[in-house]
Design a protein around this ligand. Structure first.
Ligand code: B12
Length: 150
């Protein structure tokens, strides 16, 4: 049995979460989005990958149509400071502000607190361990589930 599987027996996800993995903007770097999609699937999440060149509006439409719990944004173009907060704002305007937004890509350290204060839950840059990403998302969504129940 893998260590991930044995961990899940001890501490299962509260439910089977749905995650939209999205590529906002014009950059064509899709390896990171695919790697993270696969890691999330292997960790037990249901993942819907949007493909390249999505507008924030298209991404939010997909999140709403899929009734997703979280949206992961992968940006390597340098446009993260406009694209990521725009997705957060559109979700809030659609009464879906409790969808967990997280992201990654080529993001300078100085921009990470700016994104987090704009409502992006967490940013993961190259070299971040995959188990750290899946574990963070599971904990964030389990916390959200617990808060909803109380
Ligand atoms: C491979 C590559 C390409 C390939 C892309 C192939 C593909 N299908 O993806 C090709 C050759 C096409 C390419 C083209 C270009 N590239 Co390029 N490319 C790279 C390179 C060398 C590696 C990127 C990569 O695949 N890494 C492997 C993946 C697995 O890592 P990753 O995407 O970073 O993802 C990890 C994390 O960031 C994070 N992550 C990423 N997304 C997400 C999302 C979520 C939700 C989470 C949780 C985590 C997460 O987790 C992943 C795993 O650790 C980088 C340099 C670098 N060292 O990163 C430059 C780089 C990204 N490219 C760059 C540039 C400038 C370009 C071009 C504009 C060059 C040009 N003048 O033509 C074009 C643009 C093409 C386009 N249409 O967008 C720049 C971007 C600069 C910037 N943003 O400030 C970089 C940083 C090179 C550099 N040092 O200048 N590129």
């Amino acid at each position: 049995m893998s260590s991930v599987a044995s961990l899940r027996i001890i501490d299962p996800m509260q439910r089977h979460y749905r995650v939209v993995m999205a590529k906002p903007g014009l950059d064509g770097h899709d390896r990171g989005a695919r790697v993270i999609s696969r890691a999330l699937r292997e960790a037990g999440f249901e993942v819907i990958y949007t493909g390249l060149h999505q507008t924030p509006e298209q991404i939010v439409d997909t999140v709403l149509e899929e009734d997703a719990d979280a949206v992961g944004l992968s940006v390597l173009s340098g446009a993260h400071l406009s694209l990521m907060p725009r997705v957060v704002d559109l979700l809030r305007a659609s009464d879906a502000g409790d969808v967990v937004v997280f992201g990654g890509g080529i993001i300078p350290d100085a921009d990470i607190p700016v994104l987090e204060s704009a409502g992006v839950g967490k940013i993961f840059t190259p070299g971040a361990p995959l188990a750290g990403i899946t574990g963070w998302l599971e904990a964030a969504l389990d916390d959200r589930e617990t808060a909803r129940a109380t």
